[in-house]
Design a protein around this ligand. Structure first.
Ligand SMILES: Nc1nc2c(ncn2[C@@H]2O[C@H](COP(=O)(O)OP(=O)(O)OP(=O)(O)O)[C@@H](O)[C@H]2O)c(=O)[nH]1
Ligand SMILES: [Mg+2]
Length: 179
């Protein structure tokens, strides 16, 4: 099979929609709506259903990219979106109040899926907030049998997001080649 699906998740404003936009080879499909609540203080629009994009790999393989809403009130979409997926990209916003708590919450919420597949973690907004450091993230994750890869990622930068996705694909199947 040369069609695969990966899912981007993480808290509001971590950059899921932006990341999919950055690496998709087609114009990304978004379901952003005006943020009417607390989210509005951070940004104007928030995902209410999903994001969708596609990455074309060498040899005709396609990676379908699905982004979840970050807001917990749309968490009914999370299970729907992971169905059939081969791995998870978790974006954590380093400028939020408690990034480790955010990370733990999403790792727990998606634990069934992660157990069956793989996860790679991208820490965004490190230009805005330099702490916690990547070393502190590694320390948080060392209880994992096989700790997930963690990278500093600016979701606006294609190369950053692409490296993160490649690390996920490599964790899933060292034989998968990327562009
Ligand atoms: N300064 C800075 N801005 C970033 C970085 N990564 C992403 N952004 C910005 O942060 C914002 C992220 O917004 P979205 O992509 O809508 O976030 P989201 O995760 O889809 O949020 P929800 O859909 O509300 O859950 C955008 O304005 C991005 O341009 C980063 O590393 N540094
Ligand atoms: Mg979004």
């Amino acid at each position: 099979m040369n069609q695969h699906k990966i899912i981007f998740t993480g808290p509001v404003g971590a950059g899921k929609t932006t990341a999919i936009d950055s690496i998709s080879d087609i114009p990304a499909i978004k379901t952003d709506a005006d943020a009417s609540d607390m989210t509005r203080q951070r940004k104007k629009a928030t995902t209410v259903a999903m994001d969708y994009g596609v990455m074309n790999l060498e040899g005709g393989e396609k990676i379908h990219l699905y982004g979840t809403p970050g807001q917990e009130r749309f968490d009914f979409m999370w299970d729907i979106l992971v169905t059939g997926g081969i791995g998870l990209v978790l974006l954590v916003d380093n400028s939020r109040a408690a990034p480790f708590k955010d990370m733990a919450f999403f790792l727990e919420s998606f634990s069934d899926f992660i157990e069956k597949t793989s996860v790679a973690i991208g820490v965004t907004q490190m230009d805005k907030s330099q702490t916690p450091t990547l070393e502190e993230y590694y320390a948080q994750l060392k209880s994992f049998d096989c700790p997930p890869p963690v990278f500093a990622v600016d979701a606006r930068k294609t190369q950053d997001v692409s490296i993160l996705v490649q690390s996920l694909l490599f964790a899933i199947d060292p034989g998968v080649s990327c562009e």
